[in-house]
Design a protein around this ligand. Structure first.
Ligand SMILES: O=C(NCc1cccc(CNc2ccc3[nH]ncc3c2)c1)c1cc(-c2ccc(F)cc2)cc(O)c1O
Ligand SMILES: [Mg+2]
Length: 212
């Protein structure tokens, strides 16, 4: 097929979702990916956990690792107060372009940084004039979760109370990240059991609060 799966999702959103209506964009992605073809969006079930953590945290500065089509980016951005800033890092330029158009269709304003976390995270303070992130959503390569969390610590981008929420800690799994979060005295960690997006497979999210 000529188009990619993300492009097919974008075309579906542009066809059926109301421009400027974030909820209709989320519903369009979820109906497409549950009925036509599966895709690795966080989905509506785990998305409700993401919503609850964002609302509880009321973050001003947000970082997302792994944009894909921008589904979780829209989920987070639609709940942020005016003035809050959301930055999302995506290393695949095709994904980043689709995400920009899906986020635009939702009427939201997000900065997508194209590149890999190991290069970009050390530049964030200087480039974005940001002190610390209040909330980080981690959903990129599962083997990079732990490395990048340690990089956030080393770059002094977390403050006491910063909240990290990681997708897929059960499926596909991020065992070294989970072990670190559940044994480190620097974090208070909590597991939220759920299901893999659009399937009956068990998955879950880990919420970890940075203590100091
Ligand atoms: O693997 C996953 N997602 C990550 C991912 C994957 C591919 C490409 C990218 C490219 N984006 C990227 C990469 C590296 C990066 N470094 N810095 C930024 C950055 C950005 C990201 C995933 C898999 C499954 C899953 C698959 C199969 C299955 F059977 C069950 C479950 C479910 C999910 O919810 C998932 O999130
Ligand atoms: Mg995921």
């Amino acid at each position: 097929s000529g188009t990619s799966r993300p492009v097919r999702i974008l075309h579906h959103v542009q066809k059926v979702a109301q421009y400027g209506d974030a909820q209709s964009v989320l519903s369009a992605v979820d109906s497409y990916c549950s009925k036509i073809e599966w895709a690795m969006n966080v989905g509506d079930l785990k998305g409700q956990i993401l919503d609850a953590v964002v609302l509880e945290t009321r973050p001003h500065y947000v970082l997302e690792l792994g944009t894909y089509c921008g589904y979780s980016t829209v989920r987070i951005a639609r709940l942020l107060p005016p003035g809050a800033r959301l930055f999302s890092i995506e290393m695949n330029p095709q994904y980043a372009q689709v995400a920009r158009e899906i986020i635009q269709h939702a009427g939201l304003d997000v900065d997508i940084l194209v590149g890999c976390t190991s290069d970009l995270i050390p530049q964030l303070k200087k480039k974005l004039d940001i002190e610390k992130f209040d909330f980080v959503f981690i959903d990129h390569w599962k083997v990079s979760y732990l490395r990048d969390t340690k990089l956030l610590e080393e770059c002094d981008l977390l403050r006491p109370g910063s909240v990290l929420l990681a997708d897929n800690v059960t499926c596909p799994g991020a065992p070294d990240y989970l072990h670190y979060m559940r044994t480190s005295p620097r974090y208070e960690s909590q597991y939220f059991p759920s299901r893999l997006e659009y399937l009956q497979v068990e998955d879950g999210m880990e919420k970890s609060v940075f203590l100091a």
